[in-house]
Design a protein around this ligand. Structure first.
Ligand code: NCD
Length: 337
């Protein structure tokens, strides 16, 4: 695809070569994300960071990624303080905000809302999550992480076995991740969820039609057998009518050190998009795995900066210019990476 000026709305718009290009650019961002170098490639540019649903990682990492490239960030984080609460349409908001920004990241609770917004925007729009539908930048950072983690054990994505666990009905990260993995060859998906929270049937059909093996089960222990990667997710409480309904499923599937040792192969990569629900009644990914070398959750969040920098560099067409303005950093930066 031609990235210049493009909206990034769904993983369905990518071919495998597009993903390779994003990862190639992401790798060039490592010295900047690690605070070894500074660039001014986006000096003077403004990101409109519009989050109409709760977010920490996605919002802050998009903002930091833009800052790390020399750009400035304007945030709208609450429906109550935005004109949307006065009945303004997405069309009008998009027309207005795109006049103030060079690129927009948007998260919104409604499926399809970010695409609708993008139609009226005069600048590229990146989907930061549209309700339970999609979360393309998360899928890219997850895939980038999987690729690196597997490579460090001389393995690769093609032919990989992945267990995806939790609320697969409402989890937009697992929708986007499964669909982007579909671009690879011969993946085995073990989809582990309560029967009521299964992966949408259309996505399962797409995976099968693309030649992948899909096993849907409620038996977590059997599902953990013979996998390269385990990807856990939270019960998406905010998508249920009442908290009580979500409570039924909380804590149904949990991974901890003893289950990992008993059922997983050594080196099985452990992933979660975060936030993990660490309340006792849920605790889908136990703190007793925090020091485990295969726990990749904080490498995922670090990699998110690289991938988001790459998306900005590509849609704003500065991927080749980042190093032109590079200089060393002048402050103490040791020990973080
Ligand atoms: C996810 C989301 O918002 O979809 N978080 C994230 O962006 N890393 C997952 C979640 O909230 O469970």
């Amino acid at each position: 695809m031609d990235f210049r000026g493009a909206h990034i709305l769904s993983v369905k718009q990518f071919e495998r070569s597009d993903v390779d290009r994003i990862f190639e650019v992401a790798d060039t961002m490592i010295p900047y994300a690690r605070r070894e170098k500074i660039t001014k490639a986006l000096q003077g540019a403004i990101l409109g960071n519009m989050f109409f649903e709760p977010s920490t990682r996605t919002r802050v990492s998009f903002g930091c990624s833009f800052n790390l490239m020399g750009g400035q960030v304007r945030e709208t984080t609450d429906v109550k303080t935005s004109s949307i609460s006065k009945g303004e349409s997405l069309y009008d908001t998009a027309r207005v905000i795109s006049g103030y920004s060079d690129v927009i990241v948007m998260r919104h609770p409604q499926v399809g809302s970010v695409s609708e917004f993008a139609k009226a925007s005069r600048v590229p729009v990146i989907n930061g999550g549209d309700g339970p539908n999609e979360h393309p930048s998360q899928a890219l950072l997850d895939l980038y992480t999987i690729k690196k983690e597997l490579l460090s054990n001389n393995r690769q994505i093609d032919g990989m076995h992945i267990a995806v666990i939790g609320d697969l009905k409402h989890g937009r990260t697992v929708h986007s991740l499964s669909q982007v993995l579909s671009l690879y060859d011969n993946i085995t998906f073990k989809l582990i969820s309560p029967a009521e929270l299964k992966m949408p049937a259309e996505i399962v059909s797409e995976l099968k039609d693309a030649g992948h093996k899909v096993i849907e089960t409620e038996d977590m222990e059997a599902g953990l057998n013979d996998i390269d990667t385990v990807y856990l997710t939270r019960i998406q409480e905010e998508r249920f009518t009442t908290k009580l309904e979500a409570d039924i499923y909380r804590g149904r599937f949990r991974l901890n050190q003893s289950i990992y040792t008993r059922y997983c192969q050594p080196n099985t990569v452990i992933m979660h998009p975060l936030p993990r629900d660490s309340r006792e009644e849920a605790n889908e990914l136990d703190n007793d795995l925090n020091q485990h070398p295969s726990l990749a959750i904080f490498r995922q969040t670090d990699n998110g900066v690289l991938v988001r920098m790459a998306l900005f560099a590509l849609v704003l067409d500065v991927a080749e210019k980042v190093d032109d303005t590079a200089r060393d950093v002048g402050w103490y930066t040791q020990g973080r990476f």
